[in-house]
Design a protein around this ligand. Structure first.
Ligand SMILES: Nc1ncnc2c1ncn2[C@@H]1O[C@H](COP(=O)(O)OP(=O)(O)OP(=O)(O)O)[C@@H](O)[C@H]1O
Ligand code: SF4
Ligand SMILES: [Mg+2]
Length: 330
């Protein structure tokens, strides 16, 4: 499909034999679309994001394909990557306080990104940096541009991070838990602003919070133990989760309309760590529907009558296809 801006196929990240942290991430996004990557801690979300930006740990081997507007992002030299980052791909991390330079004003940090990416006129940079700060909801932007990071609240610093990420007009913005450290009201504002200000880009939004996914995503990709277990349009996945893991994640989201009595259901057990993953379904130790066949790994295949894909032998709401996604899209 050529209207896809981001096309990631079979992305793998490995730390050596038996230590495969990401085993085949496939996802696509159009311009203006937000894809949420969800899953519990240790599922491989951050490593996938880092690999797309060429920032994976030195000891990690990355393979597969990730095209952005037809440009291959993987297997690039450091010099090529410097051009790609900011120009094509930028990242927003969870903790703005460590990502920002404490010695520079926030305006100067935004202008620096523009200078690196070819805006040579100083006055144009200054004007645009104030516009960007205003666009991400920083009040009195012209004055705040002259502030240092420590003079701003956590929510304001996170907005500055988003302004920096947008300064090079990237095609792909990767946001790794960008609002987890913020309180709920500020989180909602920052999410809305991120959505507003990235209409020309694709956004890969990483979170473990299904409530946030419902608010921001067009598409959702559910990862478990390094692999995609379900993916599809947000409405379909939220209304008819096919994978028992997705269903369990959704069951643990509090319903704002229902007063909370007692604890939310949590999923008993834990994600198998690297080195303890075998050739079977990675969820089977925790799955209420597990059977003998689940010792064999189910392929990710399209579900009948929907746009989603699921990797489960016994999906909810009827059978998944026995074809893999690759076979179905060939
Ligand atoms: N440098 C490394 N060397 C070896 N294993 C690593 C390394 N970095 C990450 N891992 C392992 O890879 C797996 C995936 O890690 P990753 O950070 O991508 O998880 P995550 O889904 O982002 O989790 P979280 O929600 O906690 O951020 C984990 O099991 C982790 O222990
Ligand atoms: S393949 Fe089996 S163990 Fe895995 S999620 Fe489906 S039913 Fe559960
Ligand atoms: Mg992470």
């Amino acid at each position: 499909m050529n209207d896809m801006l981001l096309d990631v196929r079979d992305l793998r990240v490995s730390f050596g034999p038996g230590k495969d942290a990401v085993t085949g991430l496939t996802l696509r996004a159009r311009r203006g679309e937000t894809v949420a990557l969800v899953g519990e801690s240790g599922c491989g979300k951050t490593l996938s994001a880092l690999a797309l930006a060429g920032l994976q740990p030195r000891e990690a081997a990355v393979s597969g394909s990730a095209e952005l507007g037809g440009v291959q992002l993987l297997g690039r030299t450091e010099r090529q990557l410097r051009r790609i980052r900011g120009n094509l791909v930028s990242m927003v991390f969870q903790d703005a306080s460590t990502a920002l330079n404490p010695l520079m004003t926030v305006g100067a940090q935004i202008e620096e990104v523009m200078a690196i990416h070819g805006t040579h006129d100083r006055r144009a940079r200054r004007k645009r940096s104030v516009e960007l700060l205003a666009a991400v909801g920083v009040p009195d932007a012209a004055n705040r541009a002259r502030s240092h990071p420590h003079q701003l609240s956590g929510g304001m610093r996170q907005r500055v991070m988003i302004a920096i990420a947008l300064a090079g007009s990237p095609d792909l913005v990767i946001a790794d838990e960008p609002t987890t450290a913020l309180d709920v009201t500020v989180q909602a504002q920052v999410l809305a602003l991120l959505r507003e200000s990235t209409r020309d880009a694709a956004v890969l939004f990483i979170t473990h919070d299904m409530g946030v996914v419902a608010e921001i995503a067009d598409q959702v990709v559910v990862m478990y133990a390094g692999t995609v277990v379900e993916s599809g349009p947000i409405a379909e996945v939220l209304e008819r989760p096919h994978h028992p893991y997705t269903a369990a994640l959704l069951a643990s989201v509090p319903d704002p309309d229902v007063p909370q009595a007692g604890e939310l259901p949590t999923i008993p057990g834990r994600v198998p760590p690297l080195g303890e993953r075998d050739a079977g379904c990675p969820f089977r130790d925790r799955c209420p529907k597990s059977q003998d066949r689940c010792r064999e790994r189910p392929p990710l295949g399209p579900v009948a009558g929907g746009e989603s894909a699921v990797a489960c032998w016994y999906p909810e709401h009827g059978e998944g296809s026995s074809r893999t996604v690759e076979e179905a899209t060939r």
